[in-house]
Each structure stands twice: as structure tokens, then as C-alpha cells.
Write a protein that binds this ligand. Sequence first.
Ligand code: FAD
Length: 292
Amino acid sequence: PTIRELLASGGRSFSFEFFPPKTPEAEEVLWRSIREIEQLRPTFVSITYGAGGTTRDGTIRVTERVAQDTSLTPLGHLTCVAHSRDELRSVIGAYAGSGVRNMLALRGDPPGGPNQPWVAHPEGLNHAIELVELIRSLGDFCVGVAAFPDKHPEATSLEADAQVLAAKAQAGADYAITQMFFGADDYFRLVDRAAALGCDIPVLPGIMPVTNIKQIQRMAELTGMALPTAVTDRLLAVEDDPAAVRQVGVEIATELCEQLLTGGAPGIHFITLNRSTATRQVFLNLRSSVVS
Ligand code: FAD
């Protein structure tokens, strides 16, 4: 099924994001996690596309195996980084050939990192909107896009960012998934701004339970994500005890998901980093509270 159909069928969506592994050991960890997540019967699982377009083959291979060897609905990410239009067409064709109908259309970050200026491939695309249009023009695919509750670092204002989301929907995006964030209000502000512009596609909040304080601080620096002191204070209070950090990270994520779901979010997209334990715990916590 397409994610458009799954989102329209009522009920909340729960999805899990993985990345293509680089070593045989990491491959084993990934598949163990995917099998564990499969038992939760999620709405879909997604596979990221490596920064700089580097994991193209890995992404397609993992997505294809999910499509063919599991009961899960896969979503393949795709970015414009370092690809000509022809190369993008051939990746879309490879997805289609593997039975993958769902794609997440992204521009991607500049190869030097999110803080470097964006440079398009000379025969490539400049914005995610163009990739939405390209995928749409090639067949009956279901297309998702990215959204940014804390504002994309290059966007001039929150309003401009909401306008880009509305333009993505106008170009044919069926739904959006957000960058990870910690403030439920920031999510609802984005959804409200987009709705005021006539954009009513489902916006799935991207949530990652913190299991490592340094890692989250680095991500905040890189992506411009707001890291509220209410969150960091709770984590730093237990920073010398990794198990307690993980426990507090799961609690914070559970509370955030509860706020989002009771406020009307259409579901949750969990970023797993290929380890299923923390996200599975949050999901199970939700199942015994708001979801049931
Ligand atoms: P765009 O929509 O093109 O936006 C990029 C910037 O340009 C924004 O500031 C936007 O406001 C501005 N803009 C957009 N359209 C226009 C326009 N028409 N005119 C003027 N300005 C415009 N990266 C990966 O490398 N691989 C992944 O698998 C991956 N998965 C992701 C999944 C999710 C859910 C999210 C939220 C992000 C993901 N990213 C991934 C990161 C993403 O590629 C970066 O955040 C990238 O910098 C922006 O991508 P975008 O698709 O939003 O780009």
C-alpha cells in the first residue's frame, strides 16, 4: 500500500527510520532491529539516503529487502545531492523495480555538511520541490517531504519555511515528516502556519529518544535544532550514568509524543539509529497510555 492510503485509513501512524549499514556487523544489528520492529506492526519503515549520495546502493538494497522479505511497507529516502536528473530518474526506476512505491523527496545537505552553502549538481535539481515533481512525473508514486518545526537553517523565517512546506504540498507531496525537535508547541505552530496557507497534508513528527547527551548536542549544533534547557537539565542531572540517561531520554520522548498525539498529530515517526530498544520502549509506553 502507499503511505497516502495508510494515512487516510484512519488511526494513528507509527513509523520507524533506519539507515543503511556500512559493515557486516552493522548489517546484523539493523536486521535484528527491523525484525523486532516488525512485531509491532508499524505503519511503515523508512531507509535514509546517505549524506553526499554515498549510500545509494545500500539504501536501495535495504529498501528492496524490506519490500521483498518482510511484511513491512518501506519508504525509500532520496536526495538531490551530487545527482544529475538522469541519475535521479534511474534511482527512482530502481526503487520502482524493487516494488517500492513510497519515496521521501529531499534536497539533502551540502556534501561538506549542513553549514556549507548548497551547490546543485550542474545537471541536477536545486530544491526538494523539483524532486517531488520529477517523481510524480515518472509514475503513480506516493511522495513525502521534509518539514522543520525549528526552521530549516537556510530559511529566512518560520513563515518562509511554512510557505516552502505549502509549496511542496502544492507540487504533489502527500505528507511530510519533520526533523527531530523537542517542543510540541513548535510543531503545532508549523502545522498551523501551513494550514493558514491552505496546506492540509498530514505532518508526522520525527522523534528521537536521547540516549547520548554529546550526540544530541552535536546534532543540535549541526541542524539548528532547539535544545531546551528543560530537556538538557534533566539529562545532565544523570549524565554520569548511561542507563539513567537512556531512561530519562525515553521519558522525555514519551511525554513529547503524548503531547503531540493528544494535540492532534497524525502519528509519530521514530528515528531509531538502527537500535530499536529506546524507540520500542517509547512506542510501548504510548500504547499503554494515549494510543489505546
Ligand atoms: P528543500 O525543501 O529544498 O529546502 C532547502 C532550503 O531551501 C530550505 O531553507 C528551504 O526553505 C529553501 N527552499 C526550498 N524551496 C525553495 C524555493 N522554491 N525557493 C526558495 N527557497 C526554497 N538528508 C539526507 O542526506 N538523507 C536523508 O535520508 C535525509 N532524510 C531526512 C528525513 C527527514 C524527515 C528530514 C526532516 C530531513 C532529512 N534529511 C536527509 C536532511 C535534509 O536533506 C536537509 O535538512 C536539507 O538541508 C533540506 O532538505 P529539504 O528536502 O527540506 O530541502
